[in-house]
Design a protein around this ligand. Structure first.
Ligand SMILES: Nc1ncnc2c1ncn2[C@@H]1O[C@H](COP(=O)(O)OP(=O)(O)OP(=O)(O)O)[C@@H](O)[C@H]1O
Ligand SMILES: Cc1ncc(COP(=O)(O)O)c(N)n1
Length: 258
């Protein structure tokens, strides 16, 4: 069985963070593992409290995984502080982690900041160089490229700008364009993944789910373009299934195909 590790924060209501990642790994028949960076009190309505895990605990969790069950792919989700980012970068380098997917989590759907403002540059300087793909949404891509993205042409220019300091794949998700398409970019090559828009407010954790589905595909040995294609099919199916839970933006149905 192929194996995947997520390094992420928690969501006790089960729709985002490591809970979403592990459900996605399981639904895609990959053995899922998890190192927790922060414990969050959150639900479909919003984030109430965040407690970062200590650095020795982050490092020890990663040692436990890498020394025992070496993951075929690794996803990095919420990493909120500079010391946590540095600890993760050190361990990924020490163990030679492969197939690294970096979901550049900055702000939750509910508008809560999930990364310290001063940690954003550590994310780009320390974790991006270790990643095979980054998966920013539109606001995150704007933060990375430094200008506004208003249409497909500027979405592509943003990827070109981000690529000036980064050699991996860049997937700029178009979800925040009200059903815009996702764009995969590398070395001047562009591939668009059309979005079949689902009319729903239940979108909590879509970014987490898409990036962990890509991670599962890479763990199975799929080439990047195919891993993104399968992941896009998976998130569309999970949204379209019609699960309706919670009082806010509900979770997607990770188990729609089981
Ligand atoms: N209503 C929708 N219908 C179809 N696909 C959607 C919808 N909303 C989001 N998606 C898809 O879900 C994926 C993640 O999208 P989005 O751009 O919302 O990322 P995100 O902002 O990181 O997600 P999150 O809500 O977890 O923060 C993309 O592939 C996007 O096209
Ligand atoms: C632990 C954790 N990681 C990531 C997200 C972003 O997901 P969303 O933007 O859908 O709230 C989240 N809410 N919680």
């Amino acid at each position: 069985m192929n194996t995947a590790l997520t390094i992420a924060g928690t969501d006790p209501s089960g729709g985002a963070g490591m809970q979403a990642d592990l459900k996605t790994f399981t639904a895609m028949k990959v053995y899922g593992m998890c190192a927790i960076t922060a414990v969050l009190a959150q639900n479909t309505c919003g984030v109430r409290l965040i407690e970062n895990v200590s650095i020795p605990m982050v490092e020890a969790q990663l040692d436990c995984v890498f020394e025992d069950i070496f993951p075929d792919a690794v996803k990095i989700g919420m990493v909120s502080s500079i010391p946590i980012i540095e600890a993760i970068a050190g361990k990924l380098r020490q163990y030679g982690a492969k197939n690294v997917v970096l979901d550049t989590v900055m702000v939750s759907t509910s508008g809560h900041r999930l990364i310290d403002e001063d940690a954003q540059s550590a994310l780009t300087q320390k974790l991006m160089p270790l990643s095979d793909i980054i998966t920013p949404n539109l606001p995150e891509a704007e933060a990375l490229c430094g200008f506004a993205i208003t249409d497909k042409a500027s979405q592509q220019r943003a990827a070109e700008k981000i690529a000036e300091g980064y050699g991996g794949y860049i997937l700029i998700k178009g979800g925040h364009f009200d059903g815009g398409d996702d764009m995969l970019y590398k070395d001047g090559r562009v591939r668009w993944y059309p979005t079949r828009r689902v009319e729903t407010h239940n979108t909590h954790g879509t970014g987490c789910t898409l990036s962990s589905a890509i991670t599962a595909g890479l763990a199975k040995g799929l080439p990047m373009e195919e891993a993104v294609e399968r992941a896009k099919e998976y998130i569309t199916g999970a949204l379209a299934s019609g699960l309706d839970l919670g009082k806010g933006n509900g979770p997607v149905d990770h188990c729609f195909a089981l």
